[in-house]
Design a protein around this ligand. Structure first.
Ligand SMILES: [Zn+2]
Length: 131
């Protein structure tokens, strides 16, 4: 059990080392909504590699963190997905498409048409297939 705890702590340390580069990449803003209000924090997007990788992490504000984690969606507050879905960063695209798919399932029209017009690289497609 202690071993699991150690591994968890190691992972958090590795993540905080990434933090500085991640903050630089993100310009200290939330990488989804570009908000600067409140605290932004790193979130790893599964599937998780053995060691934390910056390509698998995103800097998110508290409210985006919540929706990415499965929190309730209010479509009008998520219009930033129309921009973030076109991001050059695969991790941002993956988060955006997953949210858009949830919205589309709730019959949110703009989300469905955005998904139809979106180009996804093979790398992003692969990532989306993983859970
Ligand atoms: Zn945000």
């Amino acid at each position: 059990m202690a071993r699991g705890l150690d591994r968890h702590r190691e992972r958090l340390e590795a993540l905080s080392l990434l933090g500085k580069n991640l903050t630089r990449r993100a310009g200290a803003k939330c990488e989804l909504c570009e908000g600067t209000v409140g605290k932004v924090a790193a979130l790893e997007i599964p599937p998780l590699p053995e060691e934390p990788e910056i390509e698998r992490c995103a800097l998110l504000c508290e409210s985006c963190h919540r929706v990415v984690d499965g929190g309730r969606l209010s479509p009008d507050d998520l219009r930033f997905l129309e921009t973030s879905a076109w991001s050059d960063l695969p991790v941002v695209q993956v988060m955006s498409v997953r949210l858009l798919r949830r919205l589309a399932e709730d019959s949110v029209h703009w989300a469905s048409s955005l998904l139809d017009s979106l180009y996804l690289s093979p790398e992003v497609e692969e990532w989306l297939k993983a859970k």
